[in-house]
Design a protein around this ligand. Structure first.
Ligand SMILES: Cc1cc2nc3c(=O)[nH]c(=O)nc-3n(C[C@H](O)[C@H](O)[C@H](O)COP(=O)(O)OP(=O)(O)OC[C@H]3O[C@@H](n4cnc5c(N)ncnc54)[C@H](O)[C@@H]3O)c2cc1C
Length: 674
């Protein structure tokens, strides 16, 4: 492996970016400020020994759907998903509960008169979740693979959640259920686009559920880290990066940071305009979070709540909307909307036998210092009388506490910046993952597609960085090709008069040397290596300086062996004259073109008669066979050898275009004084 890439921050996006870079062959190091890895996917004994709490994320429809995670063998690295019988329950004051069940039909059946509308709205989208997902998990300005599917989703998603719920649903239960899901947007439910979060999370619930990882969210980070290390990557914890200067000449550098911290680490390197854009980036409300150690499960009045991984505690649509409006303002709601997860009901590893954990938070104004403990617990008690009596211990976290635990949680904002329409489309700027600094990229949830544990920000950022490397190599290859055109001596071009004399074996040896030991061979091999690296053929070589050198060595080896067999050994044994006889400008372009390419298959005998170019065809075959001695193992199959053979024959044909046309080109340059 080669190259020297760095990732700042070990959140799910940082680790995903690191994996993509390591898979491409870059020697990659992740630096993490905290003593433990994982950012928003960490677990710890926050209350009492033996009680494992998720410090940030707990429930993972996005991780279970993630196209990036799907390409990693995370199960082999210890990640196991648990599906609670119900993804979500939403208790109501009359003792009943609305539910989101995985089979959409079950949800519809429970929604009574609103079931049909619900089915019509998202049934077709849920069926096409795997096609919809990549479209909404990329920058929204990119042309989508399925424009009509996106248009259909957009027609539902664009509206304010509160208005959508009131317009579409007649029952309080359906309205409340939708409002609670849409409140994951951390936007007022009157904001344009807030409905998108409600629909997309509901669809995910039907498609993949809202699962929890066995052992806690830390298992996600640990699986990503373990896979990354198996690829040769390394992670340094307790290491805060205060300035990009500390990373020396590492490239690419991917920053799992939000704009505010990025401005701090990039310092004066950033152009003023881009810096101003980042400084204008807006952060959203914060959260106040409580983790409970419990003597028994939460005693919900509605039985369905005991079967769900997530409970939305907040009552009606109007109450939830009021709570979210308050958190977008200056004072938190007296009756906050609370998101509760109860993982120990479905995962015994989270608490000592018979005991339980629960996780809950509500949205509060940005950087709020209000203590929400009493208000949150009152809300839970409202739907689960006797809850307080079961609390053995609690751990609370204000926005400031969360930010101390993870610098990305600016003012307690858990989504890496407000997710309003503008910042969903231009996140954090129109450059998305790129920055004006060469080789430096952003990969946190402040880039598309935004907050949650899915790694897609890191995935797209790393792909962007690798594209940058590939484009750089293609530019080098183009420049080298131009240089070759201008500097090449004309390869094996022969004077037709001289070529009429049958060549001796010694002359064939000289011809082989002349054909091989030219700067043109080196330049052509360099171009070959750069193109091979840019297109990632033979990916086992990786990318970077050493990989490029290996590819270059293999290309030179191919050149030497092919010329040796074709122009000397076989040409002598078969009495063939493989020198290229130029047709010249007295003929038309296509006649010259086809003649040059056909010389790979047709040549002359020493006596000057037309014959099949066995020396070239067999020489290319011998070269392809011999290349198995130095190509990486996956390229040593019969099929790979045959492709190599065909490529060599094609290369020898198209290579004849140089001796055919180069003299014309040089003449043209001279004529125009270039
Ligand atoms: C309370 C809470 C509940 C949540 N619930 C859910 C949920 O249920 N489901 C879900 O999908 N998502 C949830 N999220 C959101 C999710 O955790 C984040 O969206 C996700 O973790 C973002 O990943 P990231 O890689 O962009 O950044 P982060 O996970 O925030 O990671 C950034 C990392 O960078 C490190 N870092 C920062 N500055 C530096 C520096 N200068 N040098 C070195 N390291 C640095 C930080 O310590 C951190 O480890 C929740 C978040 C919170 C806080």
């Amino acid at each position: 492996m080669t190259g020297n890439a760095c990732v700042v921050g070990s959140g799910p996006n940082g680790l995903t970016a690191a994996i993509v870079l390591a898979k491409a062959g870059l020697r990659t190091t992740v630096y993490e400020e905290q003593p433990t890895i994982g950012g928003g996917a960490r677990s710890a004994e926050l209350t009492l020994p033996g009680f494992v709490h998720d410090v940030c994320s707990a429930v993972h429809p996005w991780a279970a759907s993630s196209p990036a995670f799907a390409t990693f063998p995370l199960a082999e690295h210890g990640l196991e998903w648990i599906q609670p019988p119900l993804p979500l329950a939403h208790p109501l004051d009359d003792g009943s509960a609305a539910v989101l069940a995985m089979p959409i039909e079950d949800t519809c059946a429970r929604l009574g008169p609103d079931g049909a509308v619900y089915r019509r709205a998202i049934g077709p989208l849920a069926r096409r979740w795997r096609e919809l997902l990549p479209i909404i998990q990329q920058p929204l300005l990119r042309f989508p693979a399925h424009p009509w599917l996106l248009a259909r989703f957009g027609a539902l998603a664009f509206w304010p959640a509160a208005a959508s719920a009131r317009l579409l649903f007649r029952t309080e239960a359906a309205r409340a259920l939708f409002a609670g899901i849409a409140a994951h947007s951390v936007l007022p439910l009157e904001a344009l686009g807030s409905a998108a979060f409600g629909w997309v999370l509901a669809i995910a619930g039907h498609a993949v559920g809202w699962p929890i990882p066995r052992g806690g969210s830390q298992s996600i980070a640990n699986a990503l880290a373990s896979y990354f290390e198996s690829l040769g990557g390394s992670i340094v914890t307790n290491h805060r990066i205060g300035s990009l200067d500390e990373l020396g000449d590492a490239a690419p550098v991917l920053c799992d940071l939000t704009p505010r911290q990025f401005v701090a680490v990039a310092g004066s390197r950033l152009p003023a305009r881009y810096r101003r854009q980042l400084e204008a980036y807006r952060y959203g409300p914060g959260v106040f979070k409580i983790d409970w150690a419990l003597s028994a499960p939460i005693p919900w009045t509605a039985a369905e709540c005991g079967r769900a991984g997530t409970i939305h505690v907040g009552g009606s649509l109007d109450e939830i909307a009021a709570s979210e409006r308050a958190s977008a303002g200056t004072a938190a709601s007296e009756r906050p909307f609370v998101l509760v997860a109860q993982p120990s009901l479905f995962d015994a590893s989270r608490a000592p036998a018979g005991k339980h954990t629960a996780w809950g938070y509500c949205h509060v104004p940005h950087a709020s210092t209000e203590d929400m403990t009493e208000r949150i617990e009152s809300q839970v008690e409202r739907f689960a009388p006797g809850f307080r009596a079961r609390i053995l211990a609690r751990h609370t976290a204000t926005p400031a506490d969360l930010e101390r635990h993870n610098a990305n949680l600016v003012g307690g904002d858990i989504t890496g910046g407000a997710q309003d329409l503008k910042q969903l489309v231009l996140r954090p700027t129109r450059l998305f993952y790129r920055t004006p600094l060469a080789g430096v990229y952003l990969c946190s949830s402040s880039t598309p597609p935004g907050g949650a544990v899915h790694g897609m920000c890191g995935f797209h950022a790393a792909e962007t960085a690798l594209r940058g490397i590939r484009n750089g190599l293609l530019t080098i290859a183009t420049i080298a090709l131009m240089a070759a055109l201008l500097c090449a001596p004309g390869s094996a071009q022969q004077d037709p008069a001289q070529a009429t004399k049958p060549p001796s074996t010694t002359e064939k040896w000289h011809f082989f040397i002349e054909e091989t030991a030219t700067p043109f061979t080196l330049v052509a091999s360099g171009v070959n290596a750069a193109v091979s690296e840019a297109t990632r053929s033979d990916p086992q070589y990786g990318v970077g300086g050493v990989a490029l050198t290996k590819r270059f060595g293999a290309a030179v080896g191919d050149n030497i062996t092919q010329n040796f067999f074709s122009d000397f050994v076989l040409a002598s044994a078969l009495h063939e004259d493989t020198r290229y006889i130029r047709k010249g400008p007295s003929h038309g372009f296509w006649s010259r073109f086809s003649y040059a390419v056909s010389r790979a298959f047709v040549t002359r005998t020493d006596a000057g008669e037309r014959t099949t170019n066995w020396a070239n065809l067999l020489g290319c075959g011998l070269q392809a066979g011999l290349s198995n001695a130095y190509y990486p193992p996956p390229s040593q199959t019969g099929r790979a050898t045959a492709i190599n053979w065909a490529n060599s024959v094609a290369g020898s044909g198209f290579g004849n275009l140089f001796p055919e046309f180069l003299p014309d080109f040089k003449k043209w340059l001279k004529k125009h004084h270039l």
